[in-house]
Design a protein around this ligand. Structure first.
Ligand code: CP
Length: 313
């Protein structure tokens, strides 16, 4: 399967073969990153804009470094210091960036569908770096890449996503990627944050955390997305931690080869015990490392790359 898309807007529209193409291309770029000279000229002469209208540490820096490793010119757009603050619309901002010959615009926005909106009128490529509670496709791709590296496969694995599912774009993208690749997905958290409607996507929903983690090959912890919640979804943080946090006692009851994942930012002592976050089963920082290779792959593919066969080994 070779890639033939100009944009990466979501996981929902990708086929399993397209997901595998991204993962295989990322594997080739990870090998490039282990060489003495880590740069390749795949995007030489191209301009990449990081249009982040919501805060980010990992995704923004990772996309910036990925673009630099591909020899692109990179512009980091900061909403706080821009004319968005003076009332300019997102459409006008994006068209002005295009007038400066931006070839690829990477957008993070609090509004669901903002990347899809830009893709309808921009000539260049658009990459979704997180749109509201909708999707965060490169996070799901780096998560499945990390699972595949450790477990050798995704198909047939039991993956539990524990936490605030309702407001999580990471959860929505992960669920789609994991199901498309044949994993069994269990969702767990307070019933207000894990509605049964997710069963219609093909997930198992449980409110019993011990049942959710007992046979898990992978546990992906999600933080509470306070910034998106418009009402109180559970009585207190203390109660949430006691009922759903991955404590040391709960971790001791998981499989000895379980992978502990978290997209970050972590709220230590809330959704995950600090020692568990740093233990040898935790791949949290590996996820960040793998994010660089995955984002190099995505930039390469939306710029016309076809797949891993085009990357010199
Ligand atoms: N995982 C993630 O999206 O982190 P940032 O918000 O720091 O980019």
């Amino acid at each position: 399967m070779s890639w033939n898309r100009k944009h990466l807007l979501d996981i929902e529209s990708l086929s399993p073969a397209e997901i595998v193409t991204v993962l295989d291309t990322a594997r080739a770029f990870k090998a490039v990153g282990e060489r003495a000279i880590k740069k390749v000229p795949a995007l030489r002469g191209k301009t990449v804009v990081n249009l982040f209208i919501e805060p980010s540490t990992r995704t923004r820096i990772s996309f910036e470094l990925a673009a630099l490793r591909l020899t692109a010119d990179v512009i980091n757009f900061t909403a706080e210091a821009s004319s968005l603050k003076k009332g300019e619309s997102l459409k006008d901002t994006a068209r002005n960036l295009e007038a400066l010959n931006a070839d690829i615009i990477i957008i993070r926005h609090s509004a669901t569908g903002a990347p899809h909106f830009l893709s309808r009128f921009l000539r260049g490529s658009v990459i979704n770096a997180g749109d509201g509670a909708h999707e965060h496709p490169t996070q799901a791709l780096l998560d499945t890449f990390t699972i595949r590296e450790h477990k050798g496969k995704v198909e047939g694995l039991n993956v539990t996503i524990l936490g605030d599912i309702l407001y999580s774009r990471v959860a929505r993208s992960n669920i789609q990627a994991l199901l498309k690749l044949g994993a069994r997905v269990t969702l767990c958290g307070p019933s207000t944050l894990v509605p049964r409607v997710f069963e219609e996507m093909g997930c198992r929903v449980t409110y019993d955390v011990d049942a959710a983690i007992a046979d898990a090959d992978v546990i992906n912890l999600l933080r509470i997305q306070h910034e998106r919640q418009r009402k109180t979804m559970f009585p207190s943080i203390g109660e949430y931690t006691s009922l759903f946090g991955l404590s040391k006692a709960r971790f001791a009851r998981t499989r000895p080869d379980v992978l502990i994942m978290h997209p970050g930012p972590i709220n230590r002592g809330v959704e995950i015990n600090s020692e568990v976050a740093d233990c040898d089963r935790s791949v949290v920082l590996e996820q960040v490392t793998n994010g660089l290779a995955v984002r190099m792959a995505v930039l390469f593919l939306v710029n016309g790359g076809k797949g891993p066969q085009e990357i010199a080994q």
